[in-house]
Design a protein around this ligand. Structure first.
Ligand SMILES: [Zn+2]
Length: 207
């Protein structure tokens, strides 16, 4: 087989949800397109990768030092929703009801996989809280066991901070990542929040 085509296929299989069969289909499709179109696609990917960086405040993707959400005058800066990854910001923004800010952790605590607290953006979260003006932190993580571990950790590190800590009232489906939760469930989960008991040691966190 053609080596360069094989290279493209193996590069495409590195994308999420793309198996070898789909990769072959995509590669052969690209071979059929005009060269200008394929070049435009490649250039666009390269340009995005070069231009887009992390917002220095919330770690969401941004083309500026501070992202559009953080710099918007119409957002409620007293609210911070802590999420796992930038995709979650897009998911919540698409649901269209949330008006606060975000904090992207960059992953979930998973000691078995070597993801410890030092590898995530907790220090910056604490810094943001200490600069003042934040009245509530919403734990906006999914329903996986790593999400639960991370939620417990957040509740613990925030328990002595002068801030209300809440989480989604309606438990998200067990094991489900935020991006797979439908918009209605997500909107309800965000609007019906419950306070996290200080120290949050067990499953019951309602007050
Ligand atoms: Zn930001």
């Amino acid at each position: 087989m053609l080596d360069s085509l094989e290279d493209l296929v193996s590069a495409l299989t590195k994308l999420p949800s793309i198996g070898r069969k789909s990769a072959w289909r995509l590669a052969l499709y690209l071979m059929e397109r005009p060269e200008s179109e394929v070049r435009y696609l490649a250039d666009t990917i390269a340009a995005v990768r070069q231009k887009v960086r992390r917002c220095t405040a919330c770690f969401n993707y941004s083309e500026q030092e501070i992202c559009a959400v953080c710099s918007s005058l119409s957002r409620d800066k007293s609210l911070i929703c802590v999420v796992e990854k930038p995709t979650d910001v897009f998911t919540i923004e698409n649901a269209g009801r949330y008006r606060g800010l975000y904090h992207v952790l960059g992953g979930l605590l998973s000691p078995l996989n070597g993801i410890t607290a030092e590898k995530l953006q907790f220090p910056r979260l604490m810094e943001r809280l200490r600069t003042g003006g934040v009245g509530e932190v919403i734990i906006g993580l999914g329903g996986s066991s790593d999400a639960e571990t991370t939620s417990l950790y957040i509740a613990r590190i925030l328990k002595d901070e002068n801030v209300r800590v809440t989480r989604f009232a309606r438990g998200l489906p067990a094991g489900l990542e935020l991006e797979h939760v439908d918009q209605l469930t997500l909107t309800q989960a965000l609007s019906e929040r419950i306070d996290v008991v200080r120290g949050w040691g067990g499953g019951s966190s309602a007050v």
